[in-house]
Structure formats: C-alpha cells, structure tokens
Design a protein around this ligand. Structure first.
Ligand SMILES: Cc1ncc(COP(=O)(O)O)c(C=O)c1O
Length: 403
C-alpha cells in the first residue's frame, strides 16, 4: 500500500492526468499473469489492451529483443537495414496486400491510411475527392485525423474543429452507407469488430454494403485492424472472415507484442500513387520494433497459434454463453477468437473492480460491456479460471438486483 501511495503521489505531481488509474502497481509479468508490488498474482485478460500477444516475459520475444538491443536498435529510414523488408513480407503474405509503411502506434497507422487515401486521389487529379465515411461507435485514435473518424463526442468536442468532410453512419443500417458514399468519398473506414465501441462485429449485410459502395463509387476501403488484427480473432485479420477486400489496413497493438510498432498495409493500386516524402517517421520500422514484430508474425504464419486462438476462443465463447444462460445480468455475448465482449444490464465498472480484487484483470468499454483480450497464448485452464471468477461476481449482481 505504501508503494502505491508513493507512486500515485509522484504521478499526481509530475504526470499529466490523461488517464484515471486503477489502484494497483504492477512490477512483473509471467505468461498470462501480472504480479503486483505486494506479490499478488492477477490473470491478465486485457494484456495491455490487446498488446501482449505472447503474454508477459515470453522467452523467444525477450531473447530476440535482448539480442537486437545489443546489436543495433535504430538507423532511421534514410538507410536500409535487414529487418524491415522481412517484417513487411510477413505482413503482406498474412494480409494478401502488397506494401507496408511502418510507424509506432495504431493511431499513426490510421493517420497514414487516411493520408494515403487522399494522396491516391490527389495524384490522379481528383482533388475534390477528400471525404471519409466512418461508423457510429468507431474508435480509431486521438490525433486530429484519427480523432476525426472516431465517433465519441467526449473525445471529439473539446478539440473541434477536426478534419472536415467526415460522415458517420449507423453500422446496423446498410442503406445509410449506400447514401453516404459518393464520388467525393476518398475512403470508407471501419473496424471489422468495433473494439472500444463495445466488441461489435460488422454484420455480413454491412460488409456487403461496404463492397457495393466501393464498387459503385471507386471509394477506397480502410480496415482499421488495430485491435482485431494480428491473430486476435483466430484470423490473421478479421476482414478475411468477413470476405472484405480492403485497399488499406491499419495495424498496431499486438504487432510488437509490447514493443511499440504500427503499420499501414496497402494494395499495389494505392502504393503506386505514393512517393518519397509523402509520409514518414523517424522511429517507424526500426530494428528493435521489426525484430519483435518478426517474432509475433512468424508464429502467426506457422499456423499453430491461429489454430490455438480459434480452438481456445471457441471454448471461451461456450463458457461465456453458458454464463449468459445462467445469469440474468448478462444480455449478450459478442466477438470472435480471443476478443470477447459481455453485454451487461449494469455498468461494468463494479465488475471490473470486483474481478481485479479477485485476481482477474478485465476492462469496461461502452459503459455496460466487459471487454476481454487475453494473450493469444492463453490456455483453456486459465479461461476456466477467469470464467469461474466472473460466475461468482455475476451471482452477486443477480442477487443484488433481485433484492
Ligand atoms: C481500432 C483501433 N484503432 C486505433 C487505435 C489507436 O491505437 P493506439 O492507441 O495504439 O494509438 C485503437 C486503440 O484502441 C483501436 O482500438
């Protein structure tokens, strides 16, 4: 407790208060577990918000990072180094797209997708083609471009005016998309499963409407796979499950397993309109970040990890569905693979707090949704353990609401 008090006081004095922290200090990680400053273990079903794809302190990732740090970390993008091409090759073969731009975060990957979309039309002399169509409930980051295609007014309003020409449509309304996409639309941007918006997969009908709108008008499609990508759903990228064909894909979070790296993958069609100087990043695609990404992507390319995510993910889904049957406080289960949301009748804050006290880390999103993004390497025993903890918490909520 003393350490928590000291650290929180130090932060209050020196760290800008953009985050509200939970009252725990983590000092170590081991696989799917985090250990706090009192030595208490927590089952980590959030993994740094979908980042620690191989859990914590993974041996292969640690060795690769250690070796790379001792060899060479950064040379800038003014020179070649041996790893950027390898990381890009893995991303293109996993996605089926053609070229990769490396940056340092999901937000930057979205920002680059938006810029490359406009550049694509500008190069062809279609300078009026600057607009974007995004979805209600979308979250794509908080820089000006990414924030402009993020829907939540709490994030947007204090920073207006944002990038003009963005129209939001209801993802349950394919006809609204049809009307919104015109010959002035540079690109449609959508998360195949909305993450911050409450773990809400696009429907097949809406995916078809995206394809129809792109075919009709020529608008590009950006799949924001920052949260869904890199194996999270049991597919390399979830646009593949929806049979979508994006021109650009933004990637981040799990890509470096914890080392910051983002990427924008684009089709040859888009890539052919991008020239030196159009975009850049000092750190983007440095050796350390690429080395980490190669460890993560090689495991995906081998196939076993994806099979495991599918099989453990199905087990997780079955367990959550049986919780939903037993507990009136649960109204819906959503998601795919190891990206799961539990829709509750009550605000999820009390569940997050109770779970943490019982040694399980989960997260609240969209007020009444419990979000879970465990490491991709999680096993069924740990899933059962997490579900048991939730079962008891839901018992309590049901008992309270029937009083
Ligand atoms: C779909 C999506 N896009 C973009 C972002 C922004 O990523 P980052 O916070 O790594 O910059 C996020 C973060 O949660 C996200 O979920």
């Amino acid at each position: 407790m003393k350490l928590l008090d000291d650290i929180s006081k130090l932060e209050e004095q020196h760290v800008l208060g953009t985050y509200k922290r939970q009252p725990v200090v983590f000092v170590r990680g081991d696989g799917a577990y985090l250990i706090d400053s009192d030595g208490k273990k927590y089952l980590d079903f959030l993994s740094g918000i979908g980042v620690a794809a191989r859990g914590h302190s993974d041996r292969d990732l640690t060795e690769a990072i250690r070796d790379q740090a001792a060899t060479l970390i950064q040379v800038s993008n003014l020179y070649y180094h041996p790893l950027q091409g390898q990381a890009a090759q893995l991303l293109t073969s996993l996605s089926g797209l053609d070229r990769v731009f490396f940056c340092n975060s999901g937000t930057e990957a979205v920002e680059a997708s938006l810029k490359f979309s406009r550049r694509y039309w500008y190069t062809q002399g279609q300078t009026e083609r600057t607009e974007f169509v995004a979805l209600e409930g979308a979250f794509s980051g908080r820089t000006f471009g990414a924030l402009s295609v993020t829907h939540d007014h709490h994030y947007r309003d204090p920073f207006a005016p944002l990038v003009p020409g963005v129209t939001f449509v209801d993802p349950k309304d394919p006809a609204a998309l049809h009307s919104a996409v015109t010959e002035r639309t540079a690109a449609i941007i959508a998360e195949p499963i909305q993450g911050e918006g409450g773990i809400r997969p696009l429907t097949k009908d809406f995916a078809s409407a995206i394809k129809e709108a792109c075919n009709r008008t020529g608008a590009l499609f950006i799949a924001d796979e920052v949260q869904t990508g890199v194996g999270r759903t049991g597919y390399p990228f979830y646009f593949q499950a929806l049979d979508l064909h994006p021109d650009l894909v933004s990637v981040g979070k799990a890509l470096g397993g914890g080392i910051p790296i983002g990427a924008t993958i684009c089709s040859a069609k888009v890539a052919s309109h991008i020239s030196p100087g159009d975009h850049g990043s000092t750190y983007g695609g440095n050796l350390l970040a690429c080395r980490a990404a190669i460890v993560i992507l090689t495991a995906l390319a081998d196939g076993d990890l994806l099979d495991q995510v599918k099989s453990v993910g199905m087990h997780f889904e079955r367990c959550l569905r049986s919780l939903a049957l037993r507990h009136p406080c649960v109204t819906e289960i959503r998601g795919a693979g190891l990206m799961r949301g539990v829709q509750l009748r009550v605000d999820a804050t009390s569940v997050v707090d109770a779970a943490r006290e019982q040694g399980l880390l989960v997260n609240r999103t969209d007020e009444r949704v419990l979000r879970m993004l465990p490491p991709l390497t999680i096993d069924k025993t740990d899933i059962d353990c997490a579900v048991d903890i939730l079962d008891k918490i839901f018992d309590q909520i049901d008992a309270e609401s029937s009083e």
